[in-house]
Design a protein around this ligand. Sequence first.
Ligand SMILES: C[S@@+](CC[C@H](N)C(=O)[O-])C[C@H]1O[C@@H](n2cnc3c(N)ncnc32)[C@H](O)[C@@H]1O
Length: 215
Amino acid sequence: MKGLRRGYYNLFSRVYDGFVRLHSGDTEGLLRRFIAERVKLAPGDRTLDLCTGTGSVALEFARAVGEGGMVVGLDFSHGMLKKAQEKSRRLNSPNLHLVEADASMLPFKDSCFNAVTCSHAFYELKGPDRKRAIEEVARVTREGGRFCLMEHAEPEGRVAKLFFYLRIRLLGSRDARGFFENESDILRGRFQRITTEMAPTGKSKLICGERRGVL
Ligand SMILES: C[S@@+](CC[C@H](N)C(=O)[O-])C[C@H]1O[C@@H](n2cnc3c(N)ncnc32)[C@H](O)[C@@H]1O
């Protein structure tokens, strides 16, 4: 099943950026700037963008952390990462590093990132993978560091809702309804000071928390 989803994203990568612009109506990069601002990055920070796709969010972070900082964009789709690499070259972002790996098995040392983000992808991780991914995020985030999760907001209207959950079901997520109603539950336990707010596009929401110290 995971192999199929990876294949789907390898194909989708060819048109992904155009599709996102049309679908979200975000032609100005409002969402990227919004998440970068809320993650509270400082020059010199080390940041991980999980399920980075074509790297749009990670590239925004690369600007924020500057030359002394580092951004890692991680994804399991080679096609998506290839597009991210092309964009990174075009925008001359030497501090963006792209890693092909699974979100539930992060190839990084403990406490090595100031912040971790995941935009519009966490819902796709299923049961044990989602649980492992959050454990891994907690492991690689420094004490006091931030984890921000950007997710689709459930659309208004019965038909829009039906199509929304149908697409998510097709991507293999069986517990989607519970997930979108209670995303902040994912952060509880490992993270504190959890906040949820709507993004300026009105179609996504951002859930952020701060890594608790080890008790
Ligand atoms: C809807 S796209 C979001 C991409 C990007 N974060 C954005 O906001 O445009 C979902 C991404 O998650 C990646 N993905 C899904 N499951 C994954 C997993 N288990 N490990 C790593 N990447 C995964 C896909 O390859 C895809 O690039």
